[in-house]
Design a protein around this ligand. Structure first.
Ligand SMILES: Nc1ncnc2c1ncn2[C@@H]1O[C@H](COP(=O)(O)OP(=O)(O)OP(=O)(O)O)[C@@H](O)[C@H]1O
Length: 232
């Protein structure tokens, strides 16, 4: 049974019809990559799941429970975590404080810190540094760590490699892989080889519709049809 099921959703910004019947499913433990050119609706799909931009029609269920119609904080409370492209960390707080404030009320802060540091040893070394002083890759790790300690079973991760130098992208890839040991992941990623390395399956979006899906393998990066969809 799928953990997260998106069924024929139509999502708009005002009059602009952005998602035109997107369906996808994510099973527990999977890493799913959502790929496609700029502006095809990848971020909007994540925003739809979170009810940040609620679909006008269609259904999104999490553990069988309908999310459409819920408030975003209710979706978050069910265990759906969001790691937006802007890597939301508190730059003036230390690494440890960033993890602490992401721990749910009444949660075990020591256990959260241990999980964060065990998953990302680089964060352990910088635990007292201000988050704003971390490298881009380390900030991404911290953003993912905050998602993990927030008691989330699913993480929606938007473009984690965006704007990072190639040697740092490798750190981010490792961060996503480590997070995948703890949570199910729906990942938006423009870097096709990286997406194929990280994911079990992929969905390719074009103009607000899923046009391809399948197993995520390196062979996908050579597929002419897929490459045509991805070239601008
Ligand atoms: N707040 C908004 N108001 C109006 N239109 C928007 C808004 N956000 C996004 N759009 C439009 O919706 C479409 C889909 O955007 P979306 O961000 O989902 O694409 P994407 O596939 O994630 O691409 P990118 O990699 O550029 O983020 C684009 O045409 C975009 O211009």
């Amino acid at each position: 049974m799928s953990l997260l099921q998106v069924d024929d959703i139509h999502t708009y910004y005002g009059e602009s019809h952005i998602l035109e019947g997107v369906s996808l499913s994510v099973a527990a433990g999977e890493v799913i990559a959502l790929i496609g050119r700029n502006g095809v609706g990848k971020t909007t799909t994540l925003r739809s799941v979170l009810q940040l931009t609620a679909p006008r029609s269609g259904s999104i269920t999490y553990r069988g429970e309908e999310l459409v119609g819920k408030r975003t904080h209710e979706v978050a409370e069910l265990g759906v975590g969001w790691i937006p492209e802007e890597r939301r960390v508190f730059s003036q707080l230390s690494v440890a404080e960033n993890v602490r404030v992401a721990t749910p009320k009444g949660g075990d802060v020591d256990a959260a810190l241990e999980l964060a540091y065990e998953t990302f040893p680089a964060l352990s070394e910088r635990r007292d540094a201000d988050a704003g002083a971390l490298s881009g890759g380390q900030q991404q790790m911290l953003a993912i760590a905050r998602g993990l300690v927030g008691d989330n079973d699913v993480l929606l991760i938007d473009e984690p490699s965006e704007g990072l130098a190639p040697q740092i992208v490798a750190d981010v890839a490792e961060a996503v892989q480590r997070a995948a040991e703890e949570a199910t992941i729906l990942l938006v990623e423009q870097n096709l080889p990286l997406a194929m390395d990280l994911a079990d399956r992929f969905y390719l979006l074009d103009n607000g519709q899923v046009v391809e899906d399948g197993a995520a393998t390196r062979g996908v990066t050579d597929d002419d049809r897929i490459r045509r969809y991805l070239s601008a």
